[in-house]
Design a protein around this ligand. Structure first.
Ligand code: GDG
Length: 712
């Protein structure tokens, strides 16, 4: 609302909007969000080529959903309970209601098969709600704040609902690798779903499974636009003015934060105060400028924090300031971006001492602005930015002596070292800017979503290259890769043409072919009928048959006993649930539920998990499509592939597979190898094709490239 009473829309400031705006325009996207005022509803409208869909919140919802559950429950919980989280059931109810409203708004705005990207901790239930409403959508979620370790997360009374809400997404992005790891651990602890690396396999309707990826995508800023501002003569003049107004001290230190208890403002002031008290620093030489922008002022903890910080600032200034020199120049306002940039330019030392921070964009902004390759960043190791900005002076903000030492070190650091560090920091920030961040996220999200028939060009090129290897190993999963999935495992057969293509490869010098299966070896031999030169591994690598007719395996007495006990448990379950049966494997047993109703199948699997966990802890449990496998030995297709690589002495490997268990093999691929995922879904493999017909084509292509290669 402008002073003359007319209403207009203002773009909210910040890196996220800047980053997503061009992409939204290009993609013909719609932005679903809260318009920023309570108790008002607005019709969807267009602004600068982006369609905006306002979702209303009333005053009570603002209090309970936003200030309450989002900022007084989730925010402190996710930031290591620095402040105690409040748990109120009515806040939770409001959170569910508002999340449903956002999901419904997105569901009605999205075209068929569209991509929806949900942002931040206020909307963690939206992915699941949206998937239930619109199973056709591709859904991504990005969490801007940390995801806490399970020991802390488990406090949340609604811990299962939130994790389940997030698992509705295809891709869940976090700031740090540690956040993604904490989330995967929460999934395992709360639901027992199998996770491997970044991949989580979530059971869905009809006994199918859905692949969800949880991975780090560290957010960034529009670095070039910050540098552009910093190069403006008027802003440089303003920076000089700021220095002068502060009395041209030798060193200006700067803190810029929302006034939030996660930012460690008090710790920074304490360290500075002690340095002044013990005479290491004097206000004639050093000034600290602290911008504390007003934030969440209706939440009690924030009001208390403001009092605490302002008391500390007042005391410190009372103790140390002189008429001409102020110890802390403290500002409880928001400033225009131009002024922020001038402050960054004026500051010799930037202090970022967050106790916990998802990323901390201020640290990156400071670096982007310093085109003069000067200035020192003191950065908390508890800010996500510390994963990338290693050439900062990293500190543990709880260690006040450590912070004091870092400040002193920064103040005396020679120009050459400052430049060396700042150059390295700038490379990081400019190489990984916010456009690269959103592109990386969206590429991962949409790549696996729909696989076209045929062999894509990039795969073709990779095959041509790998065909030139001295010793090539082509390792192939069987079910779902060479043979379509069928109801009865014994009916599986490779698609036509596979056998000939495999034989062509076997006839070439320096090429070995292996089948890598979860099936027991005898079963694999029976369905695959492999030519005799094919190397075989079954039962996820427990059984191997390498260039001799002997199958290698061996279980010790304790493992055999475990196997008997396991059979007892599973036979009871399968005897009482129709449509389930047991398959015996050399080192374990599998409970199949393919012919049971989805509910019965899921219940049987749950019971099997629970009972074996109690009776036989330590068994390896693996979930496949409608099958739960238990083994007394742990081995994966990754182990199988490593064994094959060693046996064949291959210098390049192509591995193709369709299942979650094949991700273990993709995970051990090396530089120059080719991982090929069969079917849709996110995967660690770099390439994907639609189905077994394409795999046969891939084998033919390799044989063709290699057969015509001039070296051979
Ligand atoms: C959350 C996560 C994560 C601050 N005061 C003023 C002002 N700012 C701008 C800064 C910066 C932004 O606000 C603050 O971003 P941070 O990353 O430092 O922190 P949060 O607000 O807590 O953000 C955080 C981020 O989301 C993104 O994912 O990095 O970890 O907590 O851009 O410059 N801007 C202006 N005047 C001010 O007074 N113009």
């Amino acid at each position: 609302m402008s002073p003359d009473g007319t209403e207009s829309w203002r773009t909210s400031p910040g890196g996220l909007v800047t980053a997503l705006e061009p992409m939204m325009r290009a993609a013909d996207g719609a932005w679903v969000g809260w318009p920023g005022v309570a108790d008002r509803s607005f019709e969807p409208f267009e602004k600068d080529g982006i369609s905006l869909i306002p979702v209303p919140l009333d005053e009570l919802e603002l209090e309970q959903f936003y200030e309450g559950f989002s900022n007084d429950t989730l925010w402190p919980l996710y930031h290591d309970v620095i402040a105690p989280p409040s748990y109120h059931r009515e806040w939770w109810d409001a959170y569910v209601t508002v999340n449903r409203r956002f999901a419904a708004a997105a569901a009605s705005a999205a075209a068929s098969g569209a991509t929806v990207w949900v942002h931040d901790y206020q909307l963690q239930l939206v992915p699941r709600m949206l998937r239930d409403m619109r199973p056709d959508l591709v859904i991504g979620f990005f969490n801007h704040i940390p995801f806490p370790p399970y020991g802390i997360y488990s406090q949340l009374p609604w811990r299962k609902q939130i994790v389940d809400g997030l698992l509705g997404a295809d891709l869940i992005g976090f700031q740090r690798i540690a956040d993604a790891g904490n989330f995967s651990r929460a999934v395992r602890r709360l639901f027992g779903y199998p996770t491997r690396g970044a991949a989580i396999d979530v059971p869905s309707e009809g006994g199918q499974r859905r692949r969800v990826i949880a991975k780090q995508f560290p957010i960034s800023i529009d670095a070039a636009s910050y540098e552009e501002l910093a190069r403006r003569p008027d802003i440089q003049e303003r920076a000089r003015q700021i220095r002068e107004d502060l009395g041209n001290p030798k060193t200006i230190m700067l803190g810029v934060d929302r006034l939030d208890y996660t930012k460690g403002i008090g710790h920074r002031i304490k360290a500075y105060g002690e340095l002044l008290a013990d005479g290491s620093l004097s206000v004639e030489d050093v000034t600290l400028v602290q911008v504390a922008s007003p934030s969440r002022e209706r939440v009690g903890t924030y009001r208390a924090l403001r009092d605490e910080i302002e008391l500390a600032v007042g005391r410190l200034n009372g103790d140390f300031s002189t008429i001409s020199h102020t110890a802390i120049s403290y500002h409880h306002h928001g400033y225009p971006r131009e002024e922020m940039v001038a402050l960054y330019l004026a500051a010799d030392v930037m202090l970022v001492t967050a106790l916990r921070d998802g990323m901390n964009l201020v640290a990156k902004e400071y670096v982007a602005v310093r085109f003069d390759a000067d200035g020192i960043l003191v950065l908390s190791e508890f800010a996500g930015a510390a994963d990338e900005l290693k050439q900062a002076i990293l500190v543990n903000p709880h260690d006040i002596d450590g912070v004091k030492a870092a400040i002193l070190r920064a103040i005396v650091m020679p120009r050459t070292e400052r430049t060396r560090r700042m150059r390295a920091l700038r490379r990081k920030v400019f190489d990984n800017d916010v456009a690269a961040w959103s592109a990386a996220f969206l590429r991962t999200l949409t790549e696996g979503a729909a696989v076209q028939p045929g062999v894509p060009d990039n795969l073709n090129a990779a095959l041509r290259e790998i065909s030139e290897a001295e010793n090539l190993l082509v390792a192939l999963d069987f079910d779902g890769t060479l043979a379509p999935h069928v109801d009865q495992p014994e009916d599986a057969r490779a698609v036509e043409g596979t056998r000939e293509a495999v034989q062509r490869l076997l006839d070439l010098p320096g090429v070995r072919v292996a089948f890598v299966s979860g099936r027991a070896l005898v079963s694999l031999q029976q369905v695959a009928q492999p030519p005799s030169d094919v190397l075989l591994t079954g039962s996820h690598g427990i059984e191997v048959q390498l260039d001799t007719p002997d199958i290698e395996l061996g279980l010790v007495a304790a493992e055999l006993e475990q196997l008997d006990a396991l059979a007892g448990v599973l036979e009871q379950i399968s005897g009482s649930v129709s449509g389930t049966w047991i398959e015996r494997k050399p080192a374990g047993l599998a409970l199949h539920t393919r012919l049971a109703t989805p509910q019965d199948g899921a219940a049987a699997q749950r019971r099997a998990r629970e009972e074996t966990e109690q009776l036989l802890p330590g068994l390896t449990v693996r979930e496949g499509k409608n099958v739960l496998e238990f083994s007394v030995r742990s081995s994966t297709k990754g182990d199988a592939l490593e064994r094959l690589r060693e046996h064949t002495g291959a210098d390049r490997v192509l591995y193709a597979g369709d299942d979650v268990t094949d991700e273990d093999a993709f995970a051990v691929l090396r530089e120059g190898d080719v991982g090929l995922k069969i079917g849709a879904g996110v995967s660690l493999a770099d390439y994907s094709v639609r189905g077994p017909l394409e795999v046969t084509e891939v084998l033919r292509l390799i044989a063709g490239f290699r057969g015509t290669s001039p070296d051979r």
